[in-house]
Ligand binder design. Structure first.
Ligand code: FES
Length: 74
């Protein structure tokens, strides 16, 4: 299995927003489509609206945005 496929599978399985069960793949899709702030990702995906009010997922979303803007993933 190639690395891209492994990464895609991991992204589908890994939840970024645990409260809303939103996978990393959905967060990444929103970033690719232009949501390059945490607030924009929240609006598109509904992340950050769960019981913890985004305390757990906000830093993870920010890291993904920073990585995308830094060309660490596409
Ligand atoms: S983990 Fe995202 S709102 Fe709690």
């Amino acid at each position: 299995m190639d690395n891209n496929l492994n990464q895609e599978i991991l992204d589908k399985l890994t939840k970024v927003c645990l409260c809303k069960a939103i996978p990393r793949s959905k967060i990444k899709d929103s970033i690719r489509k232009g949501a390059t702030t945490v607030e924009a990702v929240r609006k598109v995906t509904g992340s950050g609206t769960g019981g913890c009010c985004g305390r757990r997922c906000t830093p993870k979303i920010q890291d993904l945005i920073d990585g995308y803007l830094d060309n660490q993933w596409q």
